[in-house]
Design a protein around this ligand. Structure first.
Ligand code: P6P
Length: 337
C-alpha cells in the first residue's frame, strides 16, 4: 500500500473534486506551520517555551509563551503566499491584514493557534484549530484593510476545517467537505501521512465529556441530561456511562471523533450575558464541521452550530457535539424545557 502523504491526497482531491490550487496550497502551508508548532511545543522546558507572558489576549486570558509563538508561526507562514485576504486568531483583537508587499487571495483563515494551552505546563495534549472561509467579493480589496464583517459568516460557509493535535503522535484531522481524513506526522520523513481514511463518529456512546465542577451553574435541560447519564442503568437511559474531561477541546474532540462520545460546554448562570465559554469562529465552527462530516451532530442546545450567524469575531457559544443520538437528546431537552 503506497504511503499517501497530505500533498498526494490534496492533488488527488483536486482531480476528483476540483479543489482549487490556492486552497490546496493553503492547507499545505497550515500543515507545515503545525509541524513547526509541534516541534516547538515538544521542546517543553528544554526550549524555554513554558510558562506565561506578562500579557492578556482579547479574551482576558493570560497568554502562554507558546500561544504567542504559535500565533506568530501561523501568521508568518501564511501572510506571503497570496492565498489569503486576511486572517483572524483567538490571540488577536482584530483581523490581521496581509502586509502591502504581498498579494491577497480568495480565502480567510481563522484559527486558535494553541488550544488547551493551560495544559502545556503539565504536558497534556494541546492543538491548533483552523477554519477556512471564502472572502466575500463585496469585502475584498487588494489595497484596503479588510473589516471584521468579512469573517461574520455562518459555519456552513466553511470550505475547509481541521485541527492538529500535539499528543503522543502529532496528527492532522482535515475536512474539505468530503468526509474527514486523518494524517499522522512521520517525523523522519517530515510528512503528514494518511492513516485514517474514513472517519465516522459512532451514533451511540457510553462516554460523555463535561467539566462537572460547573454543575450547579448549568441550566435545567443540562442538569436533567447529565443527571440521567450519572443515573446509569437505574436511570431513564438504562445504561451506564463513563466520563472523560481533558480540558483541551482538541484532545476531547479527537477522542470523540475516534471512538464516539458527547462533548459539552454549556452556558453558565454565573455569566448570563455570555452564551458559553468556547468561541464560535475558531473553536465551535471548525469542530462542528468536522464532527458533522464524520456523521456526528453539533448544536448550541437550541440550533445547529453551523447555522449560527456570527455577530462578532470572538463571539462565544455553548457547545454540544459528538454522537448523534446523545446530541439530539440533550438538544431536544432544551427545546422542550
Ligand atoms: P475548563 C481550553 O482553555 C478551552 O478553551 C478548551 O480547549 C477546553 O475544552 C475548555 O477551555 C476547558 O475549560 O473550564 O474546563 O478549563
Amino acid at each position: 500500500m503506497p504511503r499517501v502523504t497530505l500533498s498526494r491526497y490534496l492533488i488527488e482531491q483536486t482531480r476528483s473534486h476540483n479543489t482549487p490550487a490556492d486552497l490546496r496550497f493553503l492547507i499545505e502551508v497550515v500543515a507545515r506551520a503545525c509541524k513547526e508548532i509541534s516541534h516547538t511545543v515538544s521542546k517543553g522546558a528544554l526550549g524555554g517555551v513554558l510558562g506565561s507572558t506578562e500579557t492578556e489576549n482579547v479574551q482576558g486570558e493570560v497568554q502562554k509563551k507558546l500561544d504567542v509563538m504559535s500565533n506568530e508561526i501561523l501568521l508568518e507562514a501564511n501572510e506571503w503566499g497570496g492565498h489569503l485576504a486576511a486572517m483572524a486568531s483567538e490571540e488577536m483583537d482584530s483581523a490581521y491584514q496581509i502586509p502591502g508587499r504581498y498579494p491577497k487571495g480568495a480565502y480567510l483563515l481563522v484559527f486558535d493557534p494553541l488550544d488547551g494551552s493551560s495544559n502545556i505546563d503539565v504536558n497534556v495534549s494541546v492543538g491548533t484549530i483552523f477554519s477556512v472561509l471564502r472572502c466575500p467579493s463585496q469585502h475584498f480589496s487588494q489595497n484596503d484593510s479588510l473589516g471584521e464583517a468579512a469573517f461574520l459568516q455562518p459555519g456552513s460557509r466553511q470550505v475547509a476545517a481541521g485541527y492538529a493535535i500535539y499528543g503522543p503522535q502529532t496528527m492532522l484531522m482535515l475536512t474539505l467537505g468530503d468526509g474527514v481524513k486523518g494524517f499522522t506526522l512521520d517525523r523522519e520523513l517530515g510528512s503528514f501521512v494518511l492513516t485514517h481514511d474514513a472517519i465516522r463518529v459512532p451514533e451511540t456512546t457510553h462516554e460523555f465529556a463535561i467539566n462537572m465542577s460547573n454543575q450547579r451553574h448549568w441550566q435545567a435541560p443540562v442538569q436533567r441530561y447529565v443527571g440521567e447519564l450519572l443515573a446509569g442503568t437505574e436511570g431513564a437511559l438504562g445504561k451506564n456511562y463513563n466520563m472523560r474531561w481533558i480540558a483541551s477541546m482538541v484532545a476531547d474532540v479527537h477522542r470523540i471523533l475516534t471512538r464516539g462520545g458527547i462533548f459539552m460546554y454549556p452556558r453558565d448562570s454565573r455569566e448570563p450575558a455570555k452564551p458559553g465559554k468556547l468561541r464560535l469562529m475558531y473553536e465551535a465552527n471548525p469542530m462542528a464541521f468536522i464532527i458533522e462530516q464524520a456523521g456526528g451532530a453539533a448544536t448550541n442546545g437550541e440550533q445547529r452550530i453551523l447555522d449560527i450567524v456570527p455577530q462578532s469575531l470572538h463571539q462565544r457559544v455553548a457547545v454540544f457535539l459528538g454522537s448523534k443520538e446523545e446530541v439530539e437528546r440533550v438538544t431536544q431537552y432544551h427545546q422542550t424545557a
